[in-house]
Design a protein around this ligand. Structure first.
Ligand SMILES: Nc1ncnc2c1ncn2[C@@H]1O[C@H](COP(=O)(O)OP(=O)(O)OP(=O)(O)O)[C@@H](O)[C@H]1O
Ligand SMILES: [Mg+2]
Length: 406
């Protein structure tokens, strides 16, 4: 045990990746083994869990460390220009190509390229990535001479690529080529024991950087933070700690402060009877559950409004998460897979009679639309309020065609 602890301490320091949980220990061991090699690596993990940090550690501890480390966010590059961005283009290859241009692969020559969100690349581009992986060569757009590069490829995805392969949106051959070495970064809720270590480190670093006093967290504060779900993983924890340390400078941070900073919706299930979110759910399930809760609350509000209108008296009935009423509300919603999305859900107000017939997707669309309106279409704020990764919000806006309604 003592030996294992020392070993983990050494690896944490070496790679700048904090954590002592079993998941992190095995991740650090794999990083230690594969970093010095040239083998390509796939990093899997939820948004904000630390994939980029792992990619950087792989590069920094390889013989390529003094050469470039190029990060490409494949999800952020429009499909129409992704190939020219990755592989470069020749002068005149398309309108506007006024001169030859180097792509990311050429810029990364000798070093490492980090293909973040590789699951978002178009299928045609995936064929070309496979060729680079297998032969180290590619064709710049508009060129008939292939180019050779010496680049190590590290890819990451927060989508389940196996499912994408089944759905036909990710090439099987590329997936098998990439997945030989997969490093899975555990989500924060699967490594709760690491939360105090991370919280402390982030708080101390922030205090030093901003030259403010930080006296530590109370036991209760650690407990609440450890029970929280952190859907945005380490990134969310880090932002949370930093804003709290800056705004609450001085004393020991206790439970009341933590509660004040965690909004009501994100207080851990055990401590908040309003939110029966169980801790063993994945993000999709948790998201769906939050939507269902919102739906239930909406139904209750409508019920209360109806009561006020008919009787002139407000309802005193409290919301009981474990009540039959709540469970019935969940039951009336069909499974997402079974449902057909009704695209003409244009009304911003839900008709109470219709609620029971709505699909989860329709309710989700409505919630997203309302939240966007509430936050003046600020996507960052909306994503935060919905506890959804910004990227997921963008995807859903596209999926539900919300753009047209904005
Ligand atoms: N184990 C860790 N120890 C210390 N800091 C960490 C750790 N993991 C992540 N972080 C910090 O958390 C933040 C988010 O990490 P990172 O950007 O690597 O996540 P990601 O998985 O790439 O997220 P996304 O999918 O949204 O791109 C960064 O500031 C990073 O430095
Ligand atoms: Mg990242």
């Amino acid at each position: 045990m003592y030996f294992e602890d020392k070993r983990t301490d050494t690896l944490q320091k070496k790679f700048g990746i904090l954590g002592k949980s079993a998941g992190v220990q095995s991740m650090l061991e794999t990083v230690e083994q594969v970093a010095p090699t040239d083998i390509s690596v796939l990093i899997a993990g939820e948004s904000g869990s630390g994939k980029e940090l792992v990619a950087l550690a792989l590069h920094k501890h390889s013989k390529r460390s003094h050469k470039p480390f190029i990060i490409v966010n494949c999800g952020a590059i429009p499909a129409g220009i992704i190939e020219s961005e990755l592989f470069g283009h020749k002068k005149g290859a398309f309108t506007g190509a006024q001169s030859d241009r180097k792509g990311y692969f050429q810029s990364a020559n000798g070093g490492t390229i980090f293909l973040d969100e590789i699951g978002e690349t178009p299928l045609e581009t995936q064929v070309k990535l496979l060729r680079v992986l297998e032969q180290g060569e590619f064709l710049p757009v508009g060129s008939s001479n292939s180019m050779k590069v010496d680049v190590r490829i590290v890819a990451a995805s927060n989508r389940n690529l196996e499912k994408e392969v089944d759905a036909g949106t990710f090439r099987k051959d590329l997936f098998y080529r990439l997945k030989a070495i997969t490093i899975t970064v555990p989500s924060l809720r699967d490594r709760k024991g690491d939360i105090p270590i991370l919280a402390n480190k982030f708080a101390h670093d922030c205090a030093i950087r901003n030259q403010i006093l930080f006296k530590g967290f109370s036991e209760g504060a650690y407990q609440i933070m450890s029970q929280h779900r952190w859907p945005g993983n380490i990134r969310e924890l880090k932002n949370f700690i930093e804003s709290m340390v800056i705004l609450e400078k001085g004393g020991v941070i206790k439970t009341d402060v933590i509660y004040r900073y965690l909004n009501a919706e994100s207080v851990p299930a055990e401590l908040n009877p309003l939110l029966p979110v169980k801790l063993d759910r994945n993000v999709d399930q948790a998201e769906r559950e939050l939507i269902l809760q919102q739906l239930f609350m909406l139904r209750r509000e409508i019920g209360e409004m109806k009561e006020i209108l008919t009787q002139g008296l407000p309802s005193r009935a409290g919301f009981d998460a474990a009540s039959d009423e709540y469970n019935q509300a969940l039951e009336v919603l069909p499974d997402e897979q079974d449902s057909e999305i009704n695209n003409d859900l244009a009304s911003p107000i839900l008709n109470p009679q219709m609620l029971g017939n709505l699909t989860a997707a329709q309710v989700e669309k409505e919630l997203i639309l309302r939240s966007l309106q509430r936050f003046n279409f600020n996507k960052r704020k909306t994503a935060k309020a919905l506890q959804m990764a910004e990227r997921t919000l963008y995807r859903k806006i596209k999926e539900y065609d919300i753009v047209k309604e904005i």
